[in-house]
Design a protein around this ligand. Structure first.
Ligand SMILES: [Fe+2]
Ligand SMILES: [Fe+2]
Length: 452
């Protein structure tokens, strides 16, 4: 049987990855808790076929493991499972890794590396038929069971011993431990539900860890109320507010870890009078809600929209300048109310591209965020800026972001008065083509349903 080595200093991550692999491939899983431990395992098991490895561990990093593999000219495949991209570490420079799993989104990364893991091992399906084994420690981590749990009596006989929605707590863990039972079973058909729950719990734990600094950027009470009323007025599901909150925490945590980005983010302080900050903090909730309505509800999509919300106006300093929705609006103001200098006009015209360049320079920011940011002032009829793209050339996520931004700006300009029916009436002729139309129709339906 082929061997796969999982290296991570967090037992929870090793268990979750191991559960995924055991359900998908027939392989012997070996676990190591540090770089040095991994090197020991590699010495004892020179036939290891693939290594799924974290970077930051002690003693010995993922980079040390990779250097060891190069040194012994090993043919083993190396997959980096980290929140940091390989480009950030010189050990990987000039080498192509077999794959990257971007934490905390384990499922997405694991699915990508699965084809070559499967080609090197045998499919698990034939072996386990209907059931897949699962560690009791994972059941304990999941706490409330998302599906039924079975005990294996013989090769082909299983009995249900825990029901879906039952709690698997400390007592249960001890009880099975005393019987020396480290594994129970779930139906293969339930495996993705279980894995989804483990991953979601893991993502929210990451989001709530070390949040002392980011907590200061949470929504003010007044804004929380506005966000909630907006969510209700648009007919968003209840859970979407929590999902958005998790994504806001995750995005802020990533931004704060990067010195260059963290400085830029300081602009987003929590005052509702300040346009750049208040609309950037409210946007993720509206954008994620719209994405949920469209069923574009993957974790990655929510995360991308949240990052785009925080970063789209990051290159602008002037709140009044940022509050303009179009060049026409700004030019009309120049004629009647306020005179902007040529430099300020240029700053406004270039801000989407400039912000997109900042986004591109940070490798940790997932793809698509830069294009959403670059396109956030484009309009379906091509009258937007800076590229004058029409609906057919604006990316679907950017279309959604543009509508979300429009909703937030609309509410802000009306003094946070939320009248979604008025918005829909006002914009009836604006969003009539392509993805804009689909999103607008979904929003209209949701509002109508809410009011029926
Ligand atoms: Fe904006
Ligand atoms: Fe903008």
């Amino acid at each position: 049987m082929k061997k796969i080595l999982i290296v991570d200093d967090e037992p929870e991550i090793r268990e979750v990855i191991s559960f995924f692999l055991e359900s998908e491939c027939q392989a012997e899983i070996i676990e190591a808790s540090s770089g040095l431990h991994a090197i020991e395992c590699l010495k004892q098991n020179p036939d290891i076929f693939c290594i799924i490895c974290d970077y930051r561990m002690s003693p010995g990093t993922g980079g040390d493991v990779f250097k060891y593999l190069l040194e012994i000219k090993s043919k083993a495949l190396f997959v980096l499972a980290s929140s940091e991209r390989p480009e950030m570490h010189e050990e990987f420079t000039g080498h192509t890794l077999a794959g990257c799993i971007e934490k905390p989104y384990l499922a997405e990364g694991l699915k990508k590396v699965l084809p070559f893991l499967k080609s090197g091992t045998e499919s698990a399906t034939g072996m386990l038929d209907e059931y897949s084994r699962i560690k009791t420690t994972l059941l304990y981590r999941a706490n409330v069971m998302p599906c039924d749990i079975y005990l294996r009596l013989s090769k082909a006989k299983f009995i249900k011993i825990i029901f879906a929605q039952d709690v698997f707590g400390e007592d249960e863990l001890k009880r099975f431990d005393l019987k020396d039972l480290q594994y129970l079973h779930i139906k293969i058909a339930d495996y993705s539900i279980f894995f989804g729950k483990l991953e979601k719990d893991f993502i929210s734990r990451v989001a709530t860890k070390n949040l002392t600094e980011t907590e200061s950027l949470n929504l003010s009470l007044e804004m929380q109320e506005t966000v909630h009323s907006l969510s209700v007025a648009m007919g968003f599901s209840e859970k979407i507010e929590t999902i958005s909150k998790t994504n806001v925490s995750l995005a802020l945590k990533m931004i704060e870890a990067k010195p260059g980005l963290a400085d830029l983010l300081k602009k987003i302080s929590i005052t509702s009078e300040n346009y750049i900050s208040s609309h950037s903090l409210m946007l993720p909730y509206v954008a994620c809600g719209l994405a949920d309505l469209m069923k574009w509800n993957s974790d990655q999509t929510f995360y991308k929209l949240t990052l785009a919300s925080f970063l789209h106006d990051i290159s602008l300093d002037d709140d009044a300048l940022a509050a303009y929705s179009s060049v026409e609006e700004l030019k009309t103001d120049m004629l009647h109310v306020k005179t902007w200098t040529e430099a300020q006009l240029q700053e406004y015209l270039n801000h989407p591209q400039k912000a997109a360049q900042i986004v591109t320079s940070f490798h940790e920011i997932p793809p698509d965020v830069d294009s959403i940011v670059a396109q956030h002032h484009e309009l379906p009829d091509g009258s937007g800026f800076p590229m004058h793209l029409n609906y057919a050339r604006i990316s679907p996520l950017a279309c959604l972001f543009i509508i979300a931004h429009d909703i937030v700006t609309y509410c802000y300009k009306k003094g946070n008065c939320i009248d979604m029916q008025a918005f829909v009436l006002d914009r009836e002729q604006s969003y009539v083509s392509g993805k804009f139309k689909t999103i607008f129709v979904a929003l209209k339906k949701s509002i109508a349903l809410k009011n029926s």
